[in-house]
Design a protein around this ligand. Structure first.
Ligand SMILES: [Zn+2]
Length: 264
């Protein structure tokens, strides 16, 4: 198996932030299907940078491909404040995507809650920066040692908290329970934003790692999930790999072809 790293340079919003917002509201209606249709004048939308692929303060790390899985699992989960499950959720996650920022790949999740006519405490706390960080609760089966791959609770390696010391990989991720807005998160650099457009957050890149066997000249067809039909530019990190996008019956695919080696 040869590992190929593809980059999807997204841009779901080549047009205005308003169009992006309309597309997000559309997504609430199709994904969450609220009894009362979501409209620009009845919901607030914010996004949060929740987790990344760096080693966190617990010594844990997500595999890049598991971040893609988390993007799917996180949709339609509740948003709480301070992991307090005794209280009713305040908002709901309806969309997530990956974004390359600095030296990390981040999961950015989008959540919404109803606009209230009166003073909106949540909006006030989020936009004033009081509720600034976020945190995720999820279920996984095994903390896999980064050195030997065994359960780090049983193997001889001592847990550190950096790439060059032993850390653990979250293995067997099966469910996201909730995300929380918190005063202090355990992942460094998490934050909540009102920048919903990818254009506003310049430099968005979704990196997609594809494991596939590529024979010279043959084309591999990889299904991908795209949140909408807008333009996506494809770029491969490897010169000999050609990429293009195809749509069939409303489903999106990437066609990957390795140029036949030239024999001079
Ligand atoms: Zn180990």
């Amino acid at each position: 198996m040869k590992k190929i790293t593809e980059i999807l340079i997204g841009s779901l919003s080549l047009d205005t932030p308003d169009a992006r917002k309309a597309a997000l509201i559309d997504k609430i209606n199709t994904v969450i299907k609220p009894p009362r249709e979501a409209k620009a004048d009845n919901v607030n939308i914010r996004a949060m940078y929740v987790v990344n692929d760096l080693v966190n303060s617990h010594g844990g790390q997500f595999r890049r491909e598991d971040l893609t899985k988390l993007c799917e699992l996180i949709v339609d989960t509740p948003v709480l404040v301070g992991h307090n499950r005794a209280e009713a959720p305040l908002a709901r996650t309806f969309h997530a995507e990956l974004e390359e920022k600095g030296n990390a790949l981040w999961l950015k999740s989008y959540f919404y809650w109803p606009k209230s006519g009166e003073q909106d405490d949540l909006l006030l706390k989020v936009d004033s920066g009081i509720l600034k960080e976020c945190s995720i609760s999820f279920i996984y089966t095994t903390p896999e040692c980064s050195i030997c791959g065994e359960d780090i609770r049983k193997c001889p390696h001592e847990l550190g908290s950096a790439y060059d010391t032993p850390h653990f990989i979250y293995g067997g991720i099966s469910q996201v329970l909730e995300t929380s807005l918190v005063y202090k998160g355990s992942v460094k650099g998490t934050y909540i934003t009102d920048k919903l457009s990818m254009k506003e957050d310049a430099g968005l890149i979704n990196r997609l790692e594809v494991n596939t066997d590529l024979t010279d000249g043959k084309t591999a067809i990889i299904p991908i999930s795209l949140s909408d039909d807008s333009l996506v530019k494809l770029k491969s990190e490897m010169d000999e790999i050609k990429l293009c996008r195809a749509i069939n019956n409303g489903k999106h695919f990437i066609l990957i072809q390795k140029k036949a080696a030239s024999h001079a």
